[in-house]
Design a protein. Sequence first.
Length: 119
Amino acid sequence: MEKKQYGSKFELFQNIYFKVTWVMIIISAILCGLVYLLLNISIPAPDILVNIVAIVFYYHFGHIAYGIISLIYYLIMLRKKIQNLKIYKTVIGILVTPFSFFAIYIALFLVVLSSCGSN
């Protein structure tokens, strides 16, 4: 019974991680597009937008770290205990997160350009 509980808890966190990864991709793309639009209109980015971009940028470090730690935990602790547990969602999340990071990095760069261009 206890093995089933570990597997279901790990699968729950894996599903949450996977969904958060896709939400981060969408948020990063929206922020990148919004900042690009502001740069083209020559309007300086508001401070709240700068703070949101910075928060999302730094959140990526924790997100990828959690994914790697989760993968290592699975490989060391759970793989031998629970044979039918799959980890593909965590692996996909780890592989897709750099695309989101790249989009938010571009947004951060464009925010800096927007701020410099307004002065």
